[in-house]
Design a protein around this ligand. Sequence first.
Ligand code: HEM
Length: 412
Amino acid sequence: MSMTQERTRTCPMGESVVGFADRDPFGFYEQLREAGSPIWDEQAKAWLVHDFDQCLAAERDESRFANAYVFADDTVKEIKGGGANITLSRDGDHVKLRRFHFKLLSAANIESYRQNHIAPVLAASLARLDGRETAELAADYAAIIPARVICSLLGMPTDDDAMVAEILACNDAIVAFIASGYRDLDLKEKALAASHRLNEMLLPFIRARRENPADDFISRVWREAPDFGIDLDEAGALGICRELFFAGSDTTVHGIANALYLVLADPKVMAAARDSEAALSAVVEESLRLMSVVQFRHRFCMQDTEVGDTTVKKGEMIILLHAAANRDPERFPCPAEVDLERPEPTGHLAFARGTRSCVGSSLARTEMMEATKQIIERFPNLHLDPSAEPPSFRALYMRSMGPLNVILGPSA
Ligand code: HEM
């Protein structure tokens, strides 16, 4: 029987995981590692779980650690888009929705998405850089790609800059509320307004495809989801599409920015990425592992459970600190280093594991690979601008390195 910790192990220096907005958190994560896992974070009012195996075990057992929407009230559900939103669903309904999402986003389909949706969006995004000497690649390139890829997949226009910017701003408002542990009332109001605006933007497309189906995702939601036992009305279809937009846009913006950062930060990594697809793929995986776009996820404890030497009590919150677990030295030798030859390159937690793992990981990886490949091929002398502000770790919960001020050099 292990000893029960009664919140005696707490964050060093009174720090909190939520205090690291726009700050590099990795020194703090190392202090946490020395103290042990889990560790009580008084400000976040949650146990921080930063040991890789403990994260894995919690993610595989939803009966003990339910996702943060298990106690979602109607307002939180409305903020997330309601309907058949996969993240709000549980048990049998969740299994059906996952099967349907895996059909839409399976690795087998991704090659056709790469050609028909990713490639045209990348060509248009690169064309915007033509004739320029410098750029800020986080804003001028990474940020404009994923939402447009999702627009293209859903059968919506990809060239409406104002609409895409508004969708991203609405998603940001919702992410800010989630990052607060669903507790900040001011952020809740803003997230609710953002959710209503997203519905307004998407509903005309949902209605049009119901009447006149085509081959896009919205039409396929109407046509194929019922085959998986999913009962669909308008709210249900909206919920699925809202989540595809939400889960698939901002995340991948940060993913692309981090992959670009890794090649820009080290000429050897850049050379390797140019040299072979295998090395480029390893760069993508190392960027996912080292910088973990989604730094952490909340879970609620459903029954008293031993985590390491601690009993986490029913009703308490845990925070799965993926960004720290992805540098667990027990799992990854020389964890802070870029190693393009790790034996299990995809063995990180960037897409989570278990019952709620990312269903869009193949699409995300392909976008990250292609976006990186296309720009380093187009600009053979691409490098960070030494006279401009250097990149640093920005934001808090969902984050990436930026600004990525570069000198583009002549195009190939
Ligand atoms: C670099 C990009 C991405 C990262 C880092 C990422 C990360 C994650 C993580 C960590 C989760 C688990 C959430 C949890 O534990 O509660 C997740 C779930 C999910 N992701 Fe992604 N994701 C990315 C891109 C995408 C894309 C492109 C799509 C689809 C277009 C997508 C769709 C989803 C969905 C629908 C879920 C919910 C799964 C469920 O609740 O069963 N993601 N993602």
